[in-house]
Design a protein around this ligand. Structure first.
Ligand code: NDP
Length: 473
């Protein structure tokens, strides 16, 4: 393991001059197509299944106190689907003009801010399919986020747009988001084909539509994939939770600790994405995944409209049925502590690795966006220098396990469920889903890294043997 200073040569601004390079192996790995997610049949099932699941959960949450409902016999299936699901969707989740204006208005507003607000520009990793070219990313997430908070505050207080309306029209907004998820996926897919920017295509339409046709679609300075990853899902999720908190206050004249917990949890998440936006171009989704249905649909509709079940459940049922861990102040306090601790590891874990990678990439910039947590940037880290040329960090959280940021993210996810108690599965959906996503992602990532780094990867795995939890797994 090397202990030499990471990067010695720097320009007059202190930017390191060492730059990562693209090797022939990178190009080979980047072009390899092998079916994942169960291939064409698996992805078709997901494209049909995701929206159906979202409606089913919505009906359970909205009309059955979060209880999972089901027909009691096979003969019941058809009338049950029509009566219990379809009729309720027609009434409560119709894509009204109001919902279209609100959701699409936010999409347009968020895009306009991404287009024109000020922010630093950072270079992404060298892209194998573009002969190692580094794309530039305008990181104006933070200024856009603060402006969005200000505008929404003014709208709410002035009565121009009461934030409580968001949760009142949840079903309608969800349908508009689902329709927009399909529309945007189609537009991006077609534009990738028409502009001849296709990459890693399998030749199977369904699979390529799901995975995407191109890697980095852009409109002017806006990278659509990065915009969709952080500017839509997390802010919408935060506003849904805030809407629930305000609605709770409006309805019952009080707010409960678990409802505040959810707003805090979602605020921390969205704020982390915006304040550390310059770290995101070096993350897996941006440098490897294509911009297809999988990312677009999930960001536009899936994340905000399924990760919010805890907030809605608490708003609707906590004060009427007494559910949630409010009766036990010690559990609530413990969950607040767990959330904050997990957030600390999540924030600093992502910062440590991404800043390390940015230094290698020559794109490191220091920012004072709030909050900067201690240990977020490791000076003089230890690492393994690979044959490939890249360095693998073995300091900080990254010396303890190989995916410390996933462990922390999952801990936050389970705390979002635990704060609601144990009466409904729905607040735990996010944790269960996310666990599957991350376990699958880890196996894909490890396979890719093993190919890319060969023996060096084995050395790294010997040095850091555990993936999620030291001495356990
Ligand atoms: P990672 O940040 O783990 O990126 C993986 C890549 O990092 C690897 O392919 C490798 O790239 C590089 N790498 C791995 N180990 C090291 C190391 N020790 N030193 C240096 N580089 C290393 O993955 P993600 O982009 O998936 O995750 C980023 C964050 O986003 C996480 O916190 C995750 O929890 C979160 N996330 C949240 C989701 C949600 O829905 N809530 C969904 C997905 C992610 P290379 O080959 O270039 O070396």
């Amino acid at each position: 393991m090397s202990k030499e200073p990471l990067l010695q040569e720097r320009n007059k601004n202190g930017v390191p001059l060492f730059k990562q390079k693209v090797t022939k192996l990178d190009v080979k790995i980047d072009n390899e197509v092998h079916y994942e997610f169960g291939g064409p049949i698996g992805v078709c099932a997901m494209m049909v299944g995701f929206p159906c699941l979202m409606y089913y959960f919505w009906v359970c949450l909205e009309y059955y106190q979060g209880r999972l409902i089901y027909p009691t016999s096979l003969l019941q299936v058809k009338p049950w689907i029509v009566n219990e699901i379809w009729n309720k969707i027609k009434v409560g989740a119709y894509p009204s003009l109001w919902a279209t204006q609100v959701y699409m208005g936010y999409i347009a507003f968020s895009f306009a801010l991404a287009y024109c607000m000020p922010g630093p520009v950072v270079e992404g990793l060298p892209i194998p399919s573009l002969n190692g070219e580094r794309l530039k990313y305008l990181c104006n997430g933070l200024s856009s986020w603060y402006l969005t908070l200000f505008v929404s505050f003014v709208c709410h207080v002035s009565g121009l747009f009461r934030l409580t309306h968001i949760v009142d029209h949840f079903g309608e907004l969800m349908t508009v988001a689902i329709l927009w998820g399909f529309t945007m996926s189609t537009l991006v897919y077609v534009s990738g084909i028409l502009s001849h920017q296709t990459h890693r295509m399998s030749g199977n339409f369904a699979y390529d539509y799901f995975m995407g046709s191109c890697l980095n679609p852009r409109i002017g300075p806006v990278d659509l994939k990065m915009w969709a990853e952080i500017r839509v899902p997390w802010p919408v999720l935060f506003y849904l939770s805030l809407s629930c908190l305000l609605k709770q206050y409006e309805t019952y004249g009080t707010v409960t600790a678990p409802a505040v917990f959810m707003v805090l949890a979602h605020f921390l998440y969205v704020n982390a994405c915006q304040k550390g936006e310059e770290c995101i171009p070096t993350s897996w989704d941006i440098f490897y995944e294509k911009d297809g249905f999988m990312l677009i649909f999930w960001n536009m509709a899936g994340v905000p409209f399924t990760y919010c079940y805890s907030s809605i459940y608490l708003m609707k049922y906590q004060l009427t049925t007494g559910r949630a861990i409010t009766h036990n102040i010690f559990c609530t306090a413990a969950l607040f502590s767990i959330l904050l601790l997990a957030y600390y590891v999540f924030d600093t874990g992502n910062s440590q690795k991404n800043r390390f990678r940015m230094e290698q990439n020559g794109s490191f910039i220091a920012r004072n966006a709030f909050p900067q947590l201690p240990w977020g940037h490791i000076r003089n880290p230890t690492y393994i220098r690979t044959e490939h040329g890249n360095l693998l960090l073995t300091s900080g959280w990254w010396g303890i396990c190989r995916k410390p940021h996933y462990t922390a993210d999952l801990t936050m996810a389970i705390s979002w469920g635990l704060i609601t108690g144990f009466d409904s599965f729905l607040p735990y959906f996010y944790f269960c889903f996310f666990l599957c996503v991350l376990v699958h992602r880890v196996s894909r990532d490890m396979e890719r890294c093993a190919k890319k780094y060969g023996e060096d990867w084995e050395k790294y795995c010997e040095r850091v043997p555990y993936i999620f939890i030291p001495y356990v797994f």
